[in-house]
Each structure stands twice: as C-alpha cells, then as structure tokens.
Design a protein around this ligand. Structure first.
Ligand SMILES: C=C(O[C@H]1C=CC=C(C(=O)O)[C@@H]1O)C(=O)O
Ligand SMILES: [Mg+2]
Length: 468
C-alpha cells in the first residue's frame, strides 16, 4: 500500500509524464520500494502468467530478479550479428521509454532478461518454444538487492490513459505483492531416467575426438550428453527452482519460461559482468568431486591443482579469454595460477578475470568475443564448433550459452547456462559436458558428466546409478 505522500508524488509525476506521451503510446517504467517478500513466493504467485516468467539469482546471492509477464520481447537474426542486433533493439527501445525513478537504483526499472542459443543457427525441434536469441522486458520485476525489495513496473501507456487509471494499475500490482502467499511444495512424481546415448556410443564419440586432437586438427573440444527424466505429472518449475536454491551454492540460479517450456539451471560459471565499464569474467574448467570428509576434500582439491590433464583443459580457457578480451580492455588482470572453486558436489579449477573496458565497448561486444569459450566449445573455436555440430548427437539449444540480464545503461551480467535442463510437460532433458583433450579417457569423462548431472537431477528428485 502506498502512503498518501507517495501516491501524491507518483500522481504528480504521472501527470507530468502522461502529458508527453507519444501518439503511438510508450513504455513507462517506475520502481517502488516494497516490504520484504520471498522471491520464490512471488514467482509462484501467478500461475496465470506461466510461460512468461523468469528468475535469476547471482552466484554471490547479492541480486535476485523475478520477472512476471513479458511486456516486450526482442529477437534477432541467426547470424554473427545477433549480439549487435539485440544491442541496437534495446538501444532503440530505451529512447522510447519514460523512466519515473526517484533515484536510479541499479538492477531496477527497465531490466532486460534473456539469452542466446549455443549456435547461431536455429535447428531446434526439442527447443520449439525457444528462439535463437531473446530478451524480454518484464511487466513486473521484483528486485532483491542488499536486503531491500523493489517492484518495478514496465507499463505500456496509450496517449489517452489517465493518471488515475495508471495509478489504479500500480495499486493493484502492489496489493498483489502484499497478498502473496507462501509457496507450498508439491509431491514430485519422478519416474525414470533415460540415457540418450549408450556408453559405447559415448566412448566412440570421445575416441573420435581424441583421434582428431592427436591428428592435430583440434586442441580441445567440449562434448556433452543428455539424459531425459520422466515424471508422472507436469514437472513443477517452482519446486525444481526451490530445490536448486536450497541445494546449490555459489551458483547462478536461473529459469526462463517460454510458452510451454522452461529452461532452468544452477551454473557456477560467469561469462561476463559489466558494471560502469568494469568487466569481470572467469575461467572455469577442470573438475573433480567433493570429498566425503574435510581431509579427502582437501586432498582432491590439491590433486586437481596439479593434475596435468585438468590444467591443460583449464589453460586453453585462460589463454582464449585473455586473447579475446584484451583488445576490448584498457587494463586486464588474470592471475597466473588457478585456484579451486568449491560447489555443493563438485570442485573446479577457477581463474578470475577482471578488466576495464575501453570507452564505447559494451557488454554485447564482450559476449560476442567470449562465446563460446573453450570451457564450452573448444580450441580452435571454429574447428571445435564444427566437430560438435557434426558429431554430438544432441540439440544444445540454450545449453552452454550466455543467459543473463542488462539494464538500460548496459550494465549487466551473463552466466553460461550449464548444469541445466529443459522442462517440457512431463519431461526434463538434462545436459552435461566435459572438456576433451589429448589424454582424455572416455570412462573418466563419462563419470565427470554424471557428476555434473547430479545437481540438476537432485533438484528433480532423481539420481543416476553410477554402476550402470
Ligand atoms: C560443459 C560443462 O562444464 C564445463 C565447465 C566447467 C568444467 C568443465 C570440465 O571440467 O570439463 C567444462 O568445461 C558442463 O557442466 O556441462
Ligand atoms: Mg573436465
């Protein structure tokens, strides 16, 4: 509920704004601080908006978004120009937007959420409701940041809309936020897991890749498998999301819905963050499991830090990120040695990257330069992409591609959508890949993909039998 003063102040600003509305109508964006609300409860509160919802929590847990209802959507062509074309579309939209903010709080107002498919081209049948790339402007955005909660509304206003009508709409939305009920877990009816690839097929895929590497055609290629989890009922997105939030640490937790499909995951991998011209990226490649005891956990971490095969996988990523972002930066800092990033069930080799972007370089330029890094594609990039396209028997869709958000000033953050699943009705398709280098062993890589399925499978209430 608004106080009388807040209402008067909003009405005054609305009257002023509405007097300048374009003949064709215009978007109006406004943000109001609201009382504390659990974001998952808000996400689950509007079943009627299923298919037009998103959720995002940054890996440090400092920023959460819930978007309900898509006020506007942006797509672009299936080419190399897709980053620039989205950037241009958002730029054009921004000029036509009326922003009613008391102070510009980063992460509120006109935030665009979206992502890209792994490949530029569209050849998707499983991913029927996901375009090659898509950004949405949410009609309602809940932002939780530094312990504060904000509701931003992005509303389409016609020239003849009155300030009273608009403020009634705002009050209705605020009442809805205040009336949100706690979300309740449903029973999840997990039925079975089907491997899309036999072990023998996987083995021959990896042997083929290793042969190409030994023939000097490739240095590294990341290959993925998928498993299908079947349920007796429709997979409840809210519940899977809630489980990921409870079970996963240091991960970006995301959901994007499109019509009857939801893409969901808990990924540890930041691709790029840009905040007032400061860039952060990360090299994450090289994997082991967590130990059962503190000592075993530490021992596994130390082994990983000196394991040549994992260090090689990691090094290709460091080198490529360094080469691709240094032309975009005035300053770039990358430590010489990787460190360990511990997740709930997995540990990785990790090297942080930070830099200062040159004037006029945007987050979209960084995305274009970075995607895919050799943690998801391979080295050399084009040869690895060709190998994946020809030999990997799955549709990557949005798996292993950038997903995230930007604001009207193009500050934002993108993660790489791994440890993820595509939910369609009763079915979840899960994806997990691993970096193949010259001394990769098919069985060890197979086990590594099983390990990487485990966070998402756990959230779905299932598991993989390792002895299969
Ligand atoms: C491709 C995936 O992981 C990448 C990220 C971290 C470690 C990786 C590895 O050690 O192979 C992969 O490059 C995935 O989880 O599907
Ligand atoms: Mg690996």
């Amino acid at each position: 509920m608004l106080t009388t003063i807040e209402r008067l102040s909003i009405n005054e600003k609305l009257n002023e704004a509405l007097s300048h509305i374009d003949e064709q109508g215009q978007f109006l964006s406004l943000t109001i601080e609201v009382s504390s609300i659990n974001p998952i409860d808000y996400f689950a509160s509007r079943d009627d908006l299923k298919g037009e919802r998103f959720y995002w929590t940054s890996a440090d847990g400092e920023l959460t978004f819930v978007g309900l209802g898509y006020a506007n959507q942006f797509y672009s062509t299936d080419s190399d120009e897709r980053y620039q074309s989205i950037e241009q579309a958002l730029q054009d939209q921004k000029q036509q937007m009326i922003q009613l903010q008391n102070e510009q709080i980063a992460g509120t107002g006109a935030i665009y959420f979206g992502g890209f498919s792994f490949f530029n081209e569209r050849h998707h049948s499983e991913w029927h409701d996901f375009p090659v790339n898509q950004f949405v402007l949410p009609k309602r955005l809940l932002t939780v940041k530094s312990g504060k909660h904000y509701l931003s509304l992005n509303l389409w206003i016609e020239p003849n809309d009155s300030a009273e009508n608009v403020s009634t709409m705002i009050e209705t939305e605020l009442d809805q936020v205040n009336g949100v009920q706690p979300f309740t877990n449903k029973e999840m009816s997990f039925a079975q897991v089907n491997d899309e690839l036999t072990y023998e097929e996987w083995q021959s895929l990896i042997v083929n890749a290793v042969n190409e590497i030994n023939d000097g055609k490739l240095d590294k290629v990341v290959l993925a498998r998928e498993v299908e989890a079947l349920f007796e009922e429709q997979v409840p997105v809210e519940q899977v999301l809630n489980a990921l939030l409870e079970q996963q640490e240091r991960s970006y937790i995301f959901v994007m819905e499109n019509n009857n499909q939801a893409f969901i995951g808990a990924t540890p991998e930041r691709l790029v963050e840009v905040n007032s011209g400061e860039l952060q990226s990360a090299c994450l490649a090289g994997t082991t499991s967590r130990g059962q005891t503190v000592d075993e956990d530490e021992w596994k971490a130390l082994e990983l830090l000196k394991d040549d095969k994992n260090l090689e996988e990691h090094q290709y990523v460091v080198k490529m990120i360094q080469n691709s972002v240094s032309p975009l930066c005035d300053r770039l800092s990358i430590p010489n040695q990787p460190m360990i990033r511990k997740l709930s069930k997995i540990q990785h080799l990790f090297t942080p990257v930070s830099g200062t972007l040159k004037e006029s370089v945007t987050i979209f330029d960084a995305l274009k330069a970075l995607h895919p890094t050799p943690a998801l594609g391979g080295e050399p990039r084009q040869e690895a992409m060709d190998f994946i396209q020809q030999h990997e028997p799955l549709e990557r869709g949005w798996y292993a591609a950038p997903i995230g958000w930007v604001d009207a000033n193009f500050n934002g953050e993108f993660a790489v959508a791994i440890r993820s699943a595509l939910l369609t009705g009763h079915k979840a398709r899960l994806f997990a890949g691993c970096g193949i280098v010259s001394d990769s062993d098919p069985k060890a890589e197979y086990d590594e993909t099983n390990l990487k399925f485990s966070p998402m499978l756990g959230a779905l209430g299932g598991y993989i039998d390792d002895n299969e």
